[in-house]
Unconditional design. Structure first.
Length: 202
């Protein structure tokens, strides 16, 4: 005759509590450290870039984003690599980000520090179109979406710059350039909010 042993209710409760305690301790022990993130921009596009060092024990990372002011719902993106480029952020808007590392056992870390950043305008590109009929240097550039106006600078040595013109046009004739003179130019797209101004052109 087989005798089936059944745990008493108190014993079963003790066993469940023990298993839960073990699972909790195991999760804490295997919980990865929170990433330390840095934020920058990709100059050519104005996109926001987040970077962090690989976290020991992490199998993936979760990136969280919310538009300042709470207009958008927080966005969560999963990535296997330590870095993220936000290609959906809108120019001129400010966003807050934080990141969690996730272990191979799907245990998430605590949140990283929160960083705040605006997507800036794309970097303008200058096109030198040579000289016009009067021998003056003609400069053009493509329209930068979202730009309020542009600031064009010139330099004789590539290090000391003077403002040549602030304009809403996309072309300018340099009446200061002399025949045989070497001149450098750079351009910046200006937003209505200065925090979103573009990087200088190359």
């Amino acid at each position: 005759m087989k005798i089936r042993r059944i745990l008493s209710a108190p014993m079963a409760a003790i066993l469940c509590v023990g298993l839960l305690a073990f699972a909790l301790v195991f999760a804490i022990v295997t919980r990865p450290a929170a990433p330390e993130i840095s934020v920058s921009h990709i100059s050519a596009t104005g996109q926001i870039r987040l970077d962090w060092e690989p976290v020991s024990g992490a199998g993936s990372y979760r990136v969280y984003r919310a538009a300042e002011g709470g207009a958008d719902q927080p966005l969560m993106v999963k990535t296997d690599s330590p870095g993220f480029t936000d290609d959906t952020a809108e120019s001129g808007r400010i966003y807050c980000y934080y990141v969690r590392a996730v272990s191979s056992l799907f245990v998430p870390s605590g949140p990283s520090q929160e960083v705040r950043c605006a997507r800036i305008l794309p970097q303008p590109v200058i096109q030198l179109t040579g000289v016009d009929a009067s021998g003056l240097t003609r400069i053009r550039w493509e329209t930068v979406e979202g730009a309020d106006h542009y600031r064009l600078y010139r330099s004789a040595d590539g290090s000391s710059w003077e403002l040549l013109k602030a304009t809403r046009d996309t072309a300018h004739t340099d009446t200061k350039a002399q025949i045989g003179e070497t001149v450098y130019y750079r351009l910046q797209a200006m937003a209505s909010d200065p925090i979103c101004n573009s990087a200088y052109s190359d």
